[in-house]
Each structure stands twice: as C-alpha cells, then as structure tokens.
Design a protein around this ligand. Structure first.
Ligand code: NAP
Length: 542
C-alpha cells in the first residue's frame, strides 16, 4: 500500500441523472463511499432540466431505464411507449427512493473546479460557494447532451419578454396559452415542442435553418398485456439492448441490404415499417442504410414523400424536406404530430437557411433580412455542446496543469470515452468517442467498466491509475477510421452536433464511436477481463 492520505470520499461525481444514480448503485455495492453533486435543485439531469412542453424519451421507456435492479424493473410501471419528462423524472425518484440514494446526493451545488493533486494523487473538488472536498476517484456523470449551446445571435439579450434556451424552460412552468411564441431552431427539441405549444398558443413561429429527417414515433399507451410481456421477458430485453448496434431493443441486423432488394419489395418493406414508429424504421428494415449512400438516398426520398403527404401546403412541405445530406448525418428526431402542426393556422415556418437569414433578436422579437416578427415568448431551441461541453464547463485540471478543455481544443480524445491520458483517476460516463446509443444501456456499461477498474485499484492496493497515451492514440485513430466509413462523416456539412459542428469557432471532430455499441461493450468487457491494459497502475512512494 502507498502513502496516500485519506480522502473525504472514495468517489465524487458531478451529475445526478441516470449516470449519477447508476454510479451510486455500483460504487456503494463495491463497499466504497460516494458523493454526487448537482447544481440543479432536483435529481434527474436531462429530465429535470428539459421541462419544455412535449419533452419525452425517443427510446421506448421500457428499455430507457436502469437495469441493475430486477426488483425496480418489475415494480415500476410505464404509462406509455415514450414517457414524458415528468414520468421519467418520477421514475428516477423511484430509483433513488428504492435504493436509499439520497444521503449520497448533494443538490443545489455547482462544482466549478476539480484539480488532480500530484503529491497525494487525490482530486480536490471545489464548489461555486468555495466548499472543497477530496476524493480518490473523480467521475463526470454530467451527460453528453446537457450543456446548452446559445449561439451568439446579435441582440440576444435585448428581448423584453421571457427568452431562454429550450433546456432551461422555467422550472415553475410558463403559461404560453394565448401568447405569440417564437422558436429558433428545428431539431429534435422543436419537433417535440411545436405540436404541444401550438395547441394553446396564439401563434408559433419556427425559424428553421436546416430541415431534418423526422420519423414517426407512434405513441401508444402501455396495456396490462404489453406490460406483462415486457416484465416476463426483461432478461431477454436487456440482452437484446446489450447486443444491439445502438443499445436498443431492436431485432437487427435483419440480414438484408436495401442494395440487394428489388425496388418494389423495398417500398413494401418501408411502407410496412413506417406506421409502426420508432427508430425501428432504420434498424429493422435494411442493414446498409448508414453505410451505403444509394440505399440511404432511397430511404431519404421515402421520408420526404411522407412529409409531402402530411403537410398541406406544398411550399411548406418543400421547406421541411431535407436536401443535400444523408439521413443520419444529423440525428433524426421522432415525430408526435410535428408535420401536422404546420397545417394549423396559428403555426408559421420561416426559412432562415436560404430565404431570409436571421439578422437579430430585438426587444420585441426577431428580425430577418425580409421581415420583423413580434413575440411574447422566445425559445432558443439551439442545441447543445454535445459530449464535451458539460465537462469542459468545469475547470478539470490533470497532470501538468492542463485542463480538459485545453486538451480537447482541437481533438476530443479519450480511451473508449471513459478515461483520458494525463488525467489519472478520472473517469467519464459516456465521454467523447464513446458510441451514441440508447443512453441508459451505455451508461450502465460504462459504469461497470469504471467500478471494475476502481475495484482492481482497491483490492490490489494501488493509488493511481494512469490512462496510457498509446492506448488513447490507438482509440482515437480507430474511432476516426470507423467514422470515415459511415455516412455520419458528412455531419460537418450540416452543423451536426454529432461532430461538434454546431458550435461556433469549433473545428468539427470525431466525437462518436460508430463501430457499434455492442462491439464497444465487448471491448469494455475485454478490457476488464484483460486487467485494463489501457491503464498503468501505480502506488505512491512510501
Ligand atoms: P439540435 O438538434 O442541435 O438543433 C438545434 C437547432 O438550432 C437546429 O435547427 C440548428 O440549425 C438551430 N441553430 C443552432 N444555432 C443556430 C443559429 N445561430 N441560428 C439559427 N439556428 C440555429 O438541438 P436539439 O433539438 O435540442 O436536439 C439535440 C439533441 O438532443 C438531439 O439530436 C437528441 O439527440 C437530443 N434530444 C433528444 C430528445 C429525446 O430523445 N427525446 C429530445 C430532444 C433532444 P442547423 O441545423 O442549421 O444547425
């Protein structure tokens, strides 16, 4: 055993959402102490911040959940296929209550810095109020789509009414009935928000720069029969997610490429799958949609034909139809009446991509090159600093005094998205260059790797685990190599957050491992079984 002083906690983590709660379970199961800080007033992460009308999961609820407790899986009941934010939030409370996690959680506490102390090999973690704590292991559980991206639009602070980022929808609620609402942005958030807000607002105006490939969600209530079927088969559901390319409960690969299927049969299969809803439309139709440009184009055209079917005004339908980029270069949203909302008299679409670019936000609304619009409420649904933004917002300083933000200035390097060279005893849950997948599946797989690494440290008396530069270089090269073989590599052309290309003054980079979540989970397991060859384990000198 080395000469390491005792820390306040074995583990400190930031973020009390799915990742933080999962971590509490596994760390405490290993017999170690943990404190999870969150600046929010409640647990839930994404599901406490994103309270905009219509916010719901895009994965089906029965597998968008933590699976470590069979009891919780059996006891919790989802009311519908895609639970809304309130229900998901209630679920996370249920988990925290059931596992008595509350003593390990400290809310209303913003952590502003975490510094690796060379001499003690402990992390010194400091809150905004100056409170300090030490820990041996520091974990970012802050989520990969959580740090808001508020672009530098001229006049953005001048609007006199409520004006906020979509993920900062007022926690106490906001009465928009009878009001004129402007929404800047048309990504997954707006796709969910528009149909709901349009129901009672006086008017809703969406400012769209780039249209999206939007696929049907097809919401439906959970029936007792469906719930029984799910609960009788949870082991199989968990296994299916664990072995799926995007961590979801789909039966794919289907063993069929679009390129090898006769056109009539292609159309029949697409038509059959479309009304069922969910990402199954991509995963349970053909296996070559994300790698073969022609196959992707056929499905892209099919989606555009459905947009034309749904939107009454052909001019609006045309504006809503994506062009010049393949399906999945941007993350496709799921639709709960988005296109139909444009058939309402109180909804207007403004094309700020080509026809009338946005000039500024004014005291009373928005000015484009052609028009001036007046609003009572303005929502900036402008996306997130994905994968690295939340961790970079904290001054995380590793060996040699460099921060993670500095390290990631041009390339967001990591080893499997779980650790970073020069940042000893630091772990990330779904960090950069991890897959983009059903998040609870990835979160649990990451947490298992992290806690297995910590268990090795503790059982073998190590003080420091040092991620190896060579392993990081290899992972970065491998991730890039795979990325280039997919159509997602075109994301930089359309400001995709999947490449960080949505952030002003940031060079697009490879943020996601697209070699398959299942393959990635296998790699995590191989790493554990092989004794963590990516890490060097050390004891401090006596
Ligand atoms: P997003 O997909 O990044 O969309 C942001 C929107 O803001 C885009 O339409 C973008 O236009 C626009 N925008 C950004 N900067 C702008 C500027 N300076 N001027 C004008 N327009 C600007 O963000 P999001 O809708 O919040 O979704 C982000 C991700 O969060 C999703 O892809 C998804 O992974 C996740 N999400 C998940 C759910 C769910 O699962 N239930 C729900 C919501 C979000 P451009 O496209 O032209 O850049």
């Amino acid at each position: 055993m080395g000469s390491q002083p005792k820390a306040d906690y074995d583990v400190i983590a930031i973020g009390a959402g799915f990742a933080g709660l999962g971590l509490i379970h596994f760390v405490r199961e290993a017999g170690l102490s943990i404190r999870v800080f969150d600046k929010a007033a409640d647990i839930g992460g994404t599901w406490t911040w994103n309270r905009y009308p219509g916010a719901a999961t895009d994965s089906e609820g029965y597998y968008y959940c933590l699976t470590f407790s069979k009891e919780i899986l059996q006891e919790w009941s989802w009311s519908q296929r895609y639970p809304g934010w309130e229900e998901t939030h209630r679920y996370l409370h249920f988990v925290a209550d059931k596992e008595e996690m509350w003593p390990s959680i400290q809310l209303n506490t913003e952590i502003v810095s975490a510094e690796f102390q060379e001499e003690s090999a402990l992390w010194l973690v400091t809150s905004a109020s100056g409170e300090t704590h030490t820990c041996k292991y520091f974990v970012s559980a802050m989520g990969m789509i959580s740090e808001p991206n508020v672009p530098n639009i001229k006049g953005k602070d001048s609007f006199k009414g409520p004006c906020f980022h979509s993920s900062r929808w007022p926690q106490e609620g906001l009465d928009y009935a009878g009001k004129r609402v402007g929404i800047i942005g048309s990504g997954a958030t707006t796709v969910q928000m528009l149909p709901e807000v349009a129901k009672t607002a006086k008017s809703v105006t969406v400012f769209q720069r780039t249209p999206n490939f939007v696929m049907p969600a097809v919401q439906k209530p959970m029936t007792p029969e469906w719930e029984k079927e799910i609960k009788d088969n949870y082991d199989k559901i968990i296994e299916t997610c664990r072995n799926h390319v995007f961590g979801m409960c789909f039966n794919s690969p289907v063993g069929r490429n679009l390129a090898d299927t006769p056109p009539d049969e292609v159309q029949r299969i697409l038509e059959e799958q479309w009304p069922k809803g969910s990402f199954a439309f991509v995963f349970e139709t053909f296996d070559d949609l994300l790698s073969n440009a022609e196959s992707n184009q056929v499905v892209s055209d099919f989606i555009c034909s459905k947009i034309r079917d749904k939107v009454d005004d052909p001019v609006v339908a045309e504006l809503l139809s994506p062009k010049g980029y393949p399906l999945f270069a941007k993350r496709p949203p799921l639709d709960h009446g988005y296109f139909e909302a444009y058939n309402r008299d109180n909804v207007q679409l403004v094309d700020i991509g080509k026809q009338e670019p946005l000039v500024e936000i004014t005291a009373t609304g928005v000015r484009t090159t052609e028009n001036e619009f007046e609003f009572d409420i303005l929502v900036l649904a402008t996306g997130f600093k994905a994968y690295t933004g939340a961790t970079e917002a904290v001054a995380v300083t590793g060996r040699g005094g460099a921060t993670l933000k500095e390290k990631w200035a041009t390339e967001s390097a990591s080893i499997m998205g779980v650790c970073v060279a020069d940042f000893p005893n630091l772990f990330l849950i779904t960090g950069p260059q991890a897959p983009f997948a059903n998040l609870p599946t990835s979160i649990e797989q990451n947490i298992m790797w992290i806690t297995d690494c910590i268990k090795k440290m503790e059982s073998e008396g190590y003080d420091v685990c040092e991620p190896q530069q060579k392993a990081e270089d290899e992972w970065v090269a491998h991730t890039k190599d795979i990325h280039e073989q997919t159509l997602m590599a075109q994301g930089h052309k359309v400001n995709s957050w999947m490449m960080g290309a949505n952030i002003e003054n940031k060079n697009p980079r490879v943020l996601i491992y697209f070699g398959g979540a299942n393959v990635y989970y296998d790699k995590l397991r191989e790493s554990v079984d092989g004794g963590f060859p990516e890490m060097a384990f050390e004891r401090l000198a006596q």
